[in-house]
Every structure is written in C-alpha cells, then in structure tokens.
Design a protein around this ligand. Sequence first.
Ligand SMILES: Cc1cc2nc3c(=O)[nH]c(=O)nc-3n(C[C@H](O)[C@H](O)[C@H](O)COP(=O)(O)O)c2cc1C
Length: 412
Amino acid sequence: MTTNLLASELKLPCGALIKNRIGKSAMSENMGTKDYKSNSFLNTLYKRWANGGSGLLITGNIMIDHTALGEPNNVVFEKDSIDTNLKEWAKAGTQNNTHLWAQINHPGKQSPNFLSKEPVSPSAIGYGSPLNKMFNKPRALTEKEIYNIIESFAYAAKVSKDNGFTGVQIHGAHGYLVSQFLSPLHNQRTDQWGGTIENRMRFVSQIYKAIRKEVGNQFPVSIKLNSADFQKGGFTQEESMAVVQHLSEQGMDLIEISGGTYEAQAMTGRPKEIKESTRKREAYFLEYCEDVRKVVKTPLMLTGGFRSLKSMNDALNSGACDMIGLARSIALDPEFPNKLLKGDNNVESKVKPLSTGLKFLDNIIPLEIVWYTEQLKMMSKGENPKPNRSPLKSAVNTILEIGVQSMKKVRA
Ligand SMILES: Cc1cc2nc3c(=O)[nH]c(=O)nc-3n(C[C@H](O)[C@H](O)[C@H](O)COP(=O)(O)O)c2cc1C
C-alpha cells in the first residue's frame, strides 16, 4: 500500500503549517448581503467545510471595490465599510485547525452589464460575441486608478488578517483584472503596464509587494494563476512560467495553478478547451505543473479535474505539486476530504457532466457555476447538497434572476 501523502502536513515559506494537502479551491458563494457584507449563511457553510477535513479553505472571490463587482451578491472588503460578521466567518472557517484564506479580486471588464455600465480594464477593448451581450465595453484605467487598485488589494488583505483569516489569495486567473493585465490580447497599453511580459506582470507584482508590506512576512500570501488563457494571441504557458518564476523570487507562499477565462472555459474542463484524454487522466493542468516544478521550489497547488484518491496521490508522489485543489467535489460532498484522508481508494467524487438537455440553453447559461452555486446555498442553510438536482431548473432560475437584476437600476 502506498502512503497517503494527502494526509501529510505542508510548511509554507512564511512558516505557516497546513495540516494536510487538500485545499478547497475558491467557489464564489454569491450570498453576501445587499450592502456587500458577510453573514450567517457564510458562517454555516464554512463551518461545515472546516469540519469536512480540508487543511485549507479558500473563500470564493471577495471584491475590493463595491463599484466593480463580478456578481450581484459578492462580499466586498474596502475602506469605510464595517462588516461586523467577519470575525464570525473567520472563526467558523478556521475550526478544526483549518486555514481560511480570503481570495481577493477585481473583475475588471468581467463585470456584467447589469452591474457595470462602463467597467474598467487595462485597455478599452470589449469582448467579441457572445460575451459582448453580457459585458459592456470597458474604458482604460488611468495610472492613478491603477495605483489605487493596488492599494485596495493591500487594504483587503489587511482586513482579512485583522479579522482572523489566516491568509490571502490574489485571484490572478480566469480572465479577471489581474489576468487582463497579463494578457497581450486584453492589455495593449504602451506605458509601463503593457507591452513586454515584464511590463504586463508589473500590476500583479506591485499588488503582491503592497500586500506583503501590509501583512508582514509570516502571513501566507498566495496567487491563483492561469497556466494559459487557451486563446489565440492570449497569455501563453511560457509567459505564465515567467510570472511564476518572478513571483516565487518575490516570496509568494503558494501558487495555485488553473487555466482559462470566460471566453475559453478550461478551468472546469469544458470539452472545447480540455481534450477528452486529458480529462480522463484527471488534473487538467498537470503537464504544465510538472514543467513549473522544474523551475521553482514554491509550494504549488494544482486545481481542476481531480476526482480520485489515486490521481491525487500520484500527482503528489511525482512531486509535480504539493497540494491538491478541489472545488466541485467538495460542493457536492463536504465530507469528501475526510473520506479521502482515510485512504480508501474506492471513495468517489460525485461530480458528473451537467446538461439541461437543451443544447441552446447549455450554450448560453454558465451551468457549472449556477448549478453548483445552488448547492452551496443549500449547505449555507444547513441542508445537504443535492447531487441529483435538475440542471434545467437551475438554468430557468438563472434566467429569471438575471431578468430581475437587469430591470433594477444599472450601477455605474
Ligand atoms: C460555482 C463555482 C464558482 C467558482 N468561483 C470561483 C472563484 O470565485 N474564484 C476562483 O478562483 N475560481 C472559482 N471557481 C473555479 C474553481 O475554483 C476550480 O478552479 C474549478 O471548479 C476546477 O476545479 P474542480 O474540477 O475541482 O471543480 C468556481 C467554480 C465553480 C464551480
């Protein structure tokens, strides 16, 4: 019998200890209050997960500015906002010696048109079809605004630390603002923030430095980064590798590897982006992670596609990564980490391909997101997830919800 490496602890460069190698990857809960605060629903959900066995829980993306939201019910950490529940949320998520890290994010132009009339981005480049129906054309950020956003990331990290979260993660993946800066398709600036990869990574590098200055050297700081954007002319694996090397040298504690954007949804293993043979092997970004391992010593968390204990232990055993990131499996079964930690190779993830049965609906609704968000909502009310819930029902609910949101006043 091979050792269950999943159950071994991990020491990060900052000195923090994670009790095992399972990290719950970020899943946007979309359940904050109307004024962007956390609440008892989040406390219930994270208490459940903290008792589920993961060594690390990363929150769903928390925004750093309420005028730039990725979803209507995001929680926001920003100046002049007091969230009296935050300490309770942190307490719930750190039970059972669990790390709880806040994932902090700015959506840039990936802010839906019913939330942002004119979103911001490195350059004033809108999306092509069909995303242009969902997101308005952005305007280019001024330098002053860029510096303000860097400071806002640092402030959000301070809020996290002050309230009992045990680390932070910069969302640098999936086409949000940091990822927009890194992409030559979306960042066509001609100043110090655009052009060469050194210039395009200046934004994330400065965010990291500003956060580190705020939280000190003993507090875990992480980033979720794309292996690539899976788009012609977009952020490539070579460029991603350069960013990984740079951030490692700066002292990043953990780099989580993912991939894709809303335009090319590799992160959830969509067949268009991820080959069937890769999905069968699980771990969509394993090969890239193996390449990264050859050039950096920074702890790596690999996320996307892991379903079986064997694949997880194989990846850890090979040395390709140091932590296994799990999202959807833990949304459907909060006890999944505890089961894996017992070392039973027959434990199965409940994740299955989703379809409404109607091709046109499958194409227009981000089903993976909406169906799983409903599972999180059930857990936040103290109920169990329902793996047999109808995807069609979720799609219809979403259409109704978007209709209501669109009818409400559009925020600037
Ligand atoms: C409902 C849902 C919400 C998500 N929200 C986020 C998020 O806020 N931040 C993030 O980095 N990734 C987010 N993701 C992506 C996951 O963290 C993860 O990368 C992806 O689901 C692949 O991992 P899995 O195969 O274990 O599910 C989300 C995924 C789902 C299904």
